[in-house]
Design a protein around this ligand. Structure first.
Ligand code: GSH
Length: 217
């Protein structure tokens, strides 16, 4: 299998966690501007050019959640990221949507706005993104169970989404000290070997973080 991805990208990390959890072999096709050949292959597979993209033989799989679902179906390992029980799986998918839509999306809005030329920026949209992150942290603080993963005792697709989302969101909109539950959950995610590996592999790129990466994590 080939994964078109970049180690510093949050959605790529989400899928890398799933691959590392089950030690699934794959070839990384590193998406860098300097590599025109890989970029052209990527665009041919997925003209929308959003990474990551998984290519398994003849099959192209896009969208991080769907890639993780695909791995659970076709490359099963000992760690069950999508519960077999449909009711539990629904909880996991709901939290996966929560982290993508209400943590990852506003985090990306703040980051990508900074990359734009100053006269093309969207201050109102960025303010909305900060407000959404506040509300998302608040909701998580009340709904996360202490000492657990997103939906309980099993690490799942929802945690794959949560890890990079909360990792970068805290850089752009720090999680207040009063949100102890959320802060501890983020630390638990950072200590998970699959995510720790993804974070380490992305370390060389920190200088490129548009808002300046903090000197921690
Ligand atoms: N919904 C997509 C989002 C993927 C996405 O936004 N990827 C970002 C990197 S984290 C990207 O490819 N950005 C390139 C761009 O916006 O041109 C998924 O879950 O895979």
């Amino acid at each position: 299998m080939k994964l078109y991805a970049h180690p510093f990208s949050s959605y790529c990390q989400k899928v890398l966690i799933a691959l590392y959890e089950n030690q699934i072999p794959f070839e990384l096709k590193l998406l860098e501007h300097s590599n025109a050949e890989i970029s052209a292959e990527f665009a041919a597979h997925w003209p929308l050019k959003r990474m990551p993209v998984l290519v398994d033989g003849e099959r192209t799989v896009v969208e991080s959640s769907i890639i993780i679902e695909y791995l659970a179906l076709y490359h099963r390992g000992p760690v069950t990221l999508i519960p077999a029980d449909a009711r539990q799986a629904l909880e996991v998918r709901m939290l996966d949507r929560f982290f993508d839509n209400y943590v990852m999306t506003p985090m990306q809005k703040i980051v990508f706005d900074k990359i734009r030329p100053e006269d093309k920026r969207d201050p109102a949209g960025v303010a909305d993104a900060h407000a959404l992150l506040d509300t998302a942290y608040q909701w998580l603080e009340s709904n996360l169970k202490p000492h657990a993963w997103a939906t309980g005792s099993h690490f799942s697709l929802a945690d794959c989404a949560a890890a990079p989302a909360l990792f970068y969101a805290d850089w752009v909109h720090p999680i207040a000290e009063t949100f102890e539950n959320v802060r501890q959950y983020r630390q638990r995610l950072l200590a998970r070997p699959s995510f720790a590996r993804a974070v380490d592999e992305a370390r060389p790129y920190r200088a490129f973080f548009p808002l300046g990466a903090p000197d921690r994590d």
